[in-house]
Ligand binder design. Sequence first.
Ligand SMILES: Cc1ncc(COP(=O)(O)O)c(C=O)c1O
Length: 366
Amino acid sequence: MTVSRTQLESPYMEWAKLHSAAPVNLATSAVAAFPLAELPLKMEDLALNVHGSYGYPPLQERLAQYAGVDPECVVAAPGTSMANYLAMAATFEPGDDVLFERPTYEPMLSTARFLGAEIHRFERRAEEGFRVDPEEIRRRITPRTRLIVLANLHNPTSALTSEDDLRAIGEIARQVGARVLVDEVYLEGLYARRPPVACRLGPEFITTSSLTKAFGLGGLRCGWILAEPSLARRIWRIRDLHDVNSAHPAERISVVVFDHLDRLASRAQSLLEANRPLVHRFLDEHPEMATLRPEFGTVLALRAPGGDADAFCTHLRERYETSVVPGRFFDMPDSFRLGIGDDTAALREGLARLAAAVRDFSNRDA
Ligand SMILES: Cc1ncc(COP(=O)(O)O)c(C=O)c1O
């Protein structure tokens, strides 16, 4: 069979790697990087090689315990990005229907296209707080739908999907034999208030996640997939085609991280608790820009003045050396994404520059 790779790139990833850096960077979606030196880690804790198996057992155990699932449901993966790729590769064939939220995080959509999905969309509407409406999914699903994809928390709005809505979506998926992939990388940012992983709601659910966003550990690439055991085994076999093992020093560090996760969580929480009031004050002063006012998460979507986010983002960067993510990467060309997890001083400076940019961008033709 010949498979045509219709989309071979991710416009967002290219932008993030080549164009997002700026003296004031509000484009990042993670909390500020956790300093490795603060981990009680010695050189002797690291090792280069481990006898091959499906996952490093001490890490498998910690991931399973953290997620509240059996270790045989856990597939380790290099970040949520690769976790999403593997989960998709395991759940549909080229030409199958895949039902995607809109707005969405572009690399997930591009991954599905790359794997040959026939993409269908369901809407998350601003006037409904970007909620996932199960009835909308019921209207859009087809007998050929093999996978429904959403992010919880939503990227870019941080909308939370309730367990009731997830259960209703699972029920709809089950009727056509589809699975539900829930990217929970931002859900980790609820810390102690994190609801049960979607994978625990039924065998049709797959959870993907990582330590990237909520703990500031993107460089560790500690990601995972949670799925019912037979699907998890299938995903491990697909991973065999891509990389033999995870980098073992990173697995060792990940184990130490899980053993001290409370410390990382409280550091990240304090940062977000200091930052959120600054963002809320900005929204109070710019109510016309607010879409959702999330109580958790590390990002939010703001409406751009004038409704052309590309033009506003260019102005913000050129005049104020400040970057945010243009909404076109999330199907929201009138908005942009603001990251709120950086150091408080950097966020305060960034919001001041944003306010100034809004002022003179709005007055530019006056
Ligand atoms: C919804 C979503 N999934 C996955 C990722 C990538 O996460 P990771 O660094 O764990 O690969 C991102 C990063 O922006 C994201 O927004």
